[in-house]
Design a protein around this ligand. Structure first.
Ligand SMILES: [Zn+2]
Ligand SMILES: [Zn+2]
Ligand SMILES: [Zn+2]
Length: 154
């Protein structure tokens, strides 16, 4: 026969706020380990092994308001830096992503914020620091804003 459970679970101990907070911090640490700097989205890379596939003519690029070549989505598209196709993002119809799978063109520039993404590295690339990317970044900036990027020196 079971004993009468000690129903005297009176609130003898005060709520342990401090303990909760420690646990929360631990979870945050684990999260950072899982998704932190190593996954590449925190900081843009300054090197990428796929730059050889860049188009040889990135002086003439489509206008930043060009529509997606597949679905005509009107804005925030991506420019393939290998063949200069304009395709929509993974948040629209994923045509840039499909293009990477089909053509293996891994480098794309966002016409929404001018960031450069490498699908192979799964990381953003620093278009201002990588010499091969800086010209097309500057061209895109000029087309989008009508002036040269402010960081340009002399
Ligand atoms: Zn890469
Ligand atoms: Zn599309
Ligand atoms: Zn392409």
């Amino acid at each position: 026969m079971a004993n009468k459970a000690a129903s005297s679970s009176s609130s003898s101990a005060p709520p342990t706020d401090q303990h909760d907070e420690t646990e929360r911090e631990q979870q945050e640490d684990e999260w950072l380990e899982l998704y932190g700097a190593e996954s590449g989205w925190v900081e843009a890379r300054t090197h990428c092994d796929h730059l050889a596939s860049l188009s040889s003519d990135l002086v003439h690029i489509p206008a930043p308001n060009a529509h997606c070549n597949r679905c005509e989505h009107p804005d925030e598209n991506w420019l393939c830096l290998c063949c200069k196709e304009v395709l929509c993002s993974r948040f629209v119809n994923k045509h840039m992503l499909h293009h990477f799978h089909q053509a293996n063109h891994s480098l794309a520039l966002s016409y929404s914020d001018l960031s450069v993404w490498c699908f192979c590295c799964d990381a953003y690339l620093d278009a201002q620091l990588i010499p091969q990317l800086r010209p097309v970044y500057e061209t895109a900036y000029l087309l989008k804003f009508g002036e040269s990027p402010p960081f340009r020196s002399a």
